[in-house]
Design a protein around this ligand. Structure first.
Ligand code: 4AD
Length: 589
């Protein structure tokens, strides 16, 4: 068939809808729609479209298909269908072009405004009263009191008696309205809402404000208008500010790097940024309050406990070789301490009861939510006591620490914000012997990890222990564990030598928070115990000597601060309760 000069070819089987095609017979397109897009109808007329497709049986071999394929003018119905699609395509393209042009216009406008903003420099008015530097938690400066129903613009100059202050901090929240920017500044002590108006909102810095930017802001302190809310019901009406350090924005913005819904590993990698958040910083503040409370409690109880600081680098184990971190110490083998207990025991004769707050290290292979490789261990050792004295002391210390934390209104608020259901535990704590716990587990059909019923001598696994604690739902002193499943140094119960005078304190949601016991005081018994667990007594000479030089009935305990904190603050894992948590495979940042 003779073809007009402007002919466009479409081969549905061998054509291509890309730049390699030109509509010739040699390089045909694949679809009519693409052909229409490439050769839009001109006023002088549309080109003529030719198509070809596989003949039935063409799949049997190229030779057959070549023979049977012919270029035929596109059918009217095919052209109609393609034209309809082409019109749709044009409309979509026009919409896209319009959107792009609008976006460009807006970007140009914003750039213009930003360029203008760059030329605007705010100045510090030397006639204003001297500003007093305050921290954000300081409540002293007089605020301008708004009368009920009065708004800021109704206040005349005679009402303006608020102190002019100067504050520094970082932008914690930022909300821009038409001519006002509300910034909530944070300085680690408190939060303060700052209001920027007028030219202060039009500078380049104000228009590109990012969270965590550090600022110095000057202004007058006002009470917030009725029905509006701000921290401490006050706000700083800024008259001048300076940016001290602008924080990264866009892809680098803190909200992108440490987004609350990011995966846990990203959040651990960015723990330094996560710590700037409300939750993480609240937990750290409660942590500090608990440390203060422990120290105060040890000071105020009778007899008081003296704080000592035992070494972290040691050559002895306390809680079994499996969790020791070993290192080379000038050519000798040494370990990071698992517990300061043995050292605390050596202090009793000359210092009386002692305590320490020190890191303990456990090479735990388990990635559970309550195990860390490094944790803060609060340990105490008491001299000339009975097992009952130990339990009474422990209960007293734990309850007093909780009481001190809750009587501080700021700390109580942080705890209840984090864990609204938290209540101080009732005394006395439930006491339960290990043998009774085994029975209890079987009565409640709580099985071992292997799915077996529990029997005397089993180590109660974490899952079973947690189930029991959650059902009982109050603190439990679990006592009298069998000697074989406890550390070598624990004293046997004189009434039942199968068990030790030992205690674990279990808390709902967390499980074991404290481990403690009376210590073997008899020299020969201790030597036997070393033998039983195959520990060479030689490097323990200084510990054994306690039994040689005026032995005594004594005992103590260790409390994991992160677990205590997880219990009080209702945190899912102890990892949230450590400043920079260390656990299997993580020693960064
Ligand atoms: O039961 P543990 O192993 O007991 C001792 O270390 C004794 N020598 C303490 C003593 O009597 N002075 O540990 C005591 C507490 C546990 O109850 C738990 O709260 C915490 O230390 N703990 C851990 N916390 C976080 N991560 C770990 N891997 C922990 N291992 C123990």
């Amino acid at each position: 068939m003779a073809e007009p000069s402007r002919s466009v070819h479409v081969d549905e089987d061998h054509g291509c809808d890309d730049k390699s095609a030109d509509g010739s017979q040699q390089n045909p397109y694949k679809t009519l729609l693409f052909a229409l897009i490439q050769h839009q109808p001109l006023p002088s007329g549309a080109p003529q479209y030719f198509t070809r497709k596989k003949e039935p049986g063409a799949d049997q071999g190229p030779a057959v298909s070549e023979v049977h394929q012919q270029w035929l003018p596109a059918t009217t119905s095919a052209l109609k269908k393609a034209t309809k699609l082409y019109d749709q395509h044009k409309r979509k393209q026009a919409k896209g072009d319009e959107l792009a042009s609008r976006e460009k216009q807006e970007a140009d406008k914003r750039q213009q405004i930003l360029d203008q903003a760059k030329r605007l420099h705010i100045r510090h008015d030397p006639h204003l009263p001297q500003a007093i530097k305050i921290r954000l938690d300081e409540k002293d400066p007089a605020v301008v009191k708004l009368r009920s129903g009065q708004s800021e613009k109704d206040v005349d100059d005679s009402d303006r008696r608020g102190t002019r202050v100067r504050v520094t901090g970082r932008v914690h929240r930022c909300r821009a309205q038409k001519d006002v920017i509300f910034l909530t500044l944070q300085d680690g002590y408190g939060l303060l809402q700052c209001v920027l108006t007028g030219d202060l909102t039009k500078t380049y810095d104000a228009m590109t404000m990012t969270l965590e930017t550090s600022l110095e802001i000057y202004g007058e302190m006002w009470e917030v208008p009725p029905k509006q809310h701000a921290p401490d019901d006050r706000e700083l009406h800024a008259d001048y500010y300076e940016v001290i350090g602008k924080a990264a924005g866009d892809k680098e913005a803190i909200t992108t790097r440490a987004a609350p819904d990011a995966d846990p590993q990203t959040l651990y990698d960015n723990r330094h940024l996560v710590l700037r958040g409300d939750h993480a910083s609240a937990v750290m503040k409660v942590r500090a309050a608990l440390l203060r409370a422990f120290r105060q409690t040890y000071e105020e109880i009778t007899p008081s406990c003296l704080e000592v600081t035992p070494p972290c680098m040691v050559q002895t184990q306390v809680e079994g070789g499996a969790t020791l971190f070993a290192f080379d110490y000038y050519g000798q083998k040494a370990y990071l301490t698992q517990s300061s207990q043995l050292y605390l025991e050596t202090c009793l004769p000359s210092l009386g009861n002692v305590f320490c707050v020190a890191p303990s290290f456990r090479a735990e292979k388990s990635l559970t939510r309550r195990h860390l490789s490094e944790y803060t261990h609060v340990e105490a050792e008491l001299d000339f006591i009975t097992f009952d004295d130990l339990l009474a002391h422990l209960e007293l210390v734990m309850c007093r620490v909780v009481e001190l934390a809750l009587t501080n209104p700021q700390i109580a608020k942080l705890i209840l914000d984090l864990n609204p259901k938290f209540e101080a535990p009732e005394r006395p704590f439930k006491r339960m012997r290990y043998a009774d716990a085994i029975e209890w587990l079987n009565e409640h059909d709580i099985r071992t990890g292997e799915g077996e019923p529990h029997k005397f001598g089993d180590d109660i696994a974490e899952a079973a222990e947690r189930k029991m604690t959650d059902i009982i739902n109050r603190p439990i002193f679990l006592t009298h564990f069998p000697a074989e499943i406890k550390a070598f140094y624990m004293r046997k119960d004189p009434q039942d030598p199968r068990v030790t005078e030992s205690v674990d304190c279990l808390m709902p949601n967390v499980g074991e928070i404290v481990g403690g016991s009376m210590r073997m005081e008899d020299y020969d018994e201790l030597m036997e115990a070393y033998k039983r667990v195959e520990i060479d007594p030689t490097p323990y000479y200084w510990y054994t000597d306690q039994r040689k030089y005026g032995t005594s009935p004594h005992g103590g305990y260790g409390l994991g601060l992160e677990r205590f904190l997880a219990w009080m603050c209702g945190r899912f894992t102890v990892r949230e309760c450590s400043l920079y948590p260390r656990f299997t495979d993580r020693c960064t940042p």
